[in-house]
Design a protein around this ligand. Structure first.
Ligand code: AMP
Ligand code: GLY
Length: 425
């Protein structure tokens, strides 16, 4: 099979790594990819939302399947675009159509979906500009802290946790009346604050049945001890020790099954990943959010643990017979440490030469924000630069190995957290 992966981050590197191992693979393309994805396939200089360009490339190169990494092309309808064109409709796309992608593209849509299908989540109400006054009154009756969420995609910045009523009122006004997050905050979900420990569960579905992929936990804050600004994710571990069999069976019964059944009942076709962000509150799961893609850096920990042929699973998704595909997971523990540019998630410089990757022997080096400069050197090209993943028999060994291997790679201004996963030991 000829495969085209859409995206350029650590997640797409991990997808490329895993797919490159498939005996079913002929040619692998990654659009646009990064400096590391060339070890698994050919980079194609196309933007992830350039549907015309992606379509032309797919037809010209006999692409048999498209695997979409990030949410933006899905929310913008790449799958619908392929289905709508006679010459493209037989090229399967892994990732939901626009309707299903609303589970991530609109928090209000996802809250209504959960309410309709009795899926446990924080109590909430939505307000728009015309109901701002009601929203301000509603806030007065809520306990603190309180969570405000911009309805639409806001590059991971649209969630605010407010500690005081004054702050909550000011932020609600800024979001609704002053378009703090642009069009994304024209509707705001006000949500009860949940306490507990967060983790993520990933599901692959053909719309009828599903496979539950390994659970993972990511570390979102920039600073050690989970302090400081939020980032896209500074590291991850899989499996999650506190997500034991009892908890995961609650997740399956209360969240996963009603989600898949709910999509069917609502007539929403769905072929792709569902990333379920969960809060474990006193042993019970509550959904914090759905994403319609894999997480980054969770993917870098999750995919190396999957022993089955990922392309075979994707074929099952495309053909609607996922249930017949074999699926097995390694009992080993994966740890991913994300190396970032100095200054991230604020301003940072790019173009720093990266060296000594070859010194890493016991971990997989997944490139994220990297490129090759005019002199042919591998240089930094983003906030999150490289994800170092190791797979070991136990968590402690994995934590030490991944942290040590991140220390072996160099570039000016490099930073990574040395405490990923140690909170759990
Ligand atoms: P989201 O963009 O929905 O993933 O939210 C970003 C982060 O905000 C989550 O990963 C949680 O840490 C936090 N968060 C979101 N909703 C809640 C909630 N209802 N209670 C507590 N924390 C939340
Ligand atoms: N690591 C969180 C995300 O991918 O959304």
């Amino acid at each position: 099979m000829n495969i085209l992966i859409i995206g350029s981050g650590g997640r797409e590197s991990a997808l490329a790594y895993k797919i490159s191992q498939s005996p079913k693979l002929s040619q692998l393309f990654i659009a646009p990819g990064n400096a590391g994805t060339t070890q698994y396939g050919h980079n194609v200089p196309l933007k992830v939302t350039d549907f015309d360009g992606i379509a032309a490339f797919a037809l010209e190169h006999g692409v048999d399947m498209i695997i979409v990494g990030p949410e933006e092309p899905l929310v913008k309808g790449i799958h619908d675009y392929f289905l709508a064109r006679e010459d493209l409709k037989n090229i399967p796309v892994i990732g939901p159509q626009q309707h299903g992608a609303q589970l991530e593209g609109s928090k209000d849509f996802s809250k209504q979906f959960m309410a309709r299908h009795h899926i446990p989540t924080a109590a909430s109400r939505s307000f728009d500009r015309s109901t701002l006054a009601d929203g301000l009154t509603y806030l007065e009756y809520q306990s603190l802290p309180i969570v405000l969420k911009a309805d639409g995609l806001a590059a991971g910045k649209g969630v605010l946790i407010c500690e005081t009523l004054e702050d909550a009122k000011a932020e609600l006004t800024a979001m609704l009346a002053d378009a703090k997050f642009g069009e994304a905050s024209s509707t705001v979900v006000i949500e009860e604050f949940l306490t507990g420990i967060e983790l993520s569960v990933f599901v692959l579905t053909d719309g009828e049945t599903y496979k539950v992929l390994p659970s993972a936990k990511d570390y979102k804050r920039i600073g050690e001890g989970d302090t400081g600004l939020n980032t896209g994710g500074m590291g991850s571990i899989s499996p999650v020790p506190f997500a034991d069999e009892a908890f995961l069976s609650k997740v399956e019964e209360r969240v996963i099954k009603p989600t898949i059944d709910g999509l069917k009942k609502d007539g929403i076709p769905y072929k792709g990943f569902i990333f379920i962000g969960l809060m474990n509150t006193a042993g019970d799961p509550y959904v914090i959010e759905y994403n319609v893609r894999l997480g980054d850096p969770e993917t870098e920990s999750v995919l190396p643990r999957i022993e089955s042929d990922l392309l075979d699973l994707f074929s099952g998704v495309a053909e609607g017979n996922l249930a017949e595909r074999s699926f097995s997971v390694s009992p080993k523990t994966a740890v991913t440490v994300m190396m970032v540019s100095g200054g991230y998630p604020g301003n940072y410089e790019s173009g720093k030469v990266i060296t000594n990757i070859e010194n890493v022997k016991e971990s997989i080096v997944f490139h994220a924000g990297t490129t090759v400069d005019e002199a042919g050197q591998v240089v930094t090209a983003g906030g999150r630069v490289i994800a170092v993943t190791t797979l070991q028999d136990d968590l402690f060994t994995a934590l030490q190995q991944a942290t040590a291997d991140a220390g072996r790679i160099f570039y000016e201004g490099k930073y990574f957290r040395t405490d990923i996963g140690f909170d759990i030991i």
